[in-house]
Design a protein around this ligand. Sequence first.
Ligand code: SF4
Ligand code: FES
Length: 225
Amino acid sequence: MNRFILTVQDMTDENAKITIKKNGPYLIFGNIPLREESIQIDAMGKAIKWVEGQKFNQNEVYALCRCGKSSTMPFCSGEHVNKFDGTETADDEPYNDSCLIHEGCDGVKLMEKHILCTGAGFCHAYPRIEIAIKNKKTLEVAKQECANCPGGSLTLVINGEKIEPILKKEISVTNDVKTIGPIWVKGEIPIISANNEQYELRNRVALCRCGRSKNKPFCDASHLK
Ligand code: SF4
Ligand code: FES
């Protein structure tokens, strides 16, 4: 098997961060815990919660597949070599400057950057989030639906304050109902492009792991198509 080898230089930085290899995997530094997490649906097929799965015994530095072809998922097996175009196409506009704003009840807004939607479906539950933000009684539902949004497409703002879940630094390889889902990066872990530029630091980010996103490195729900 053509295993992907980390170079000596890759091992020098011990801080928690993710660097992206050109046309290759995500390199994870700093002993970041890795687990599996799956979407649970109800009888109506609506996404209702995340269910934690196995925890991996990962190394301090490890490589996660970005091409979708690895034979040792979620880890890189080297299958990408000469077969994967991983060109990063995401814009560098800050989230705050590139969102749609949905107005809710008094003092409530919902920020949405649709290209970051992974299609996880939590905002389509009971009631849909656009409706939930319009009534003070359903704000708790809206908060939970936003918190479950892995790519941080949605952010709730109440009286000018962004409502973010408290997330410790952790990575989940997610499973959608019928297919693999993105890599959910939690707790403001820096992500560095193959061109050595850092993406905006965010509490919740979903990275593509099927290799098909048009908004690499971020998931754009292409795994569902
Ligand atoms: S915006 Fe977020 S919560 Fe809604 S479907 Fe997309 S990923 Fe799910
Ligand atoms: S990125 Fe290396 S096998 Fe997928």
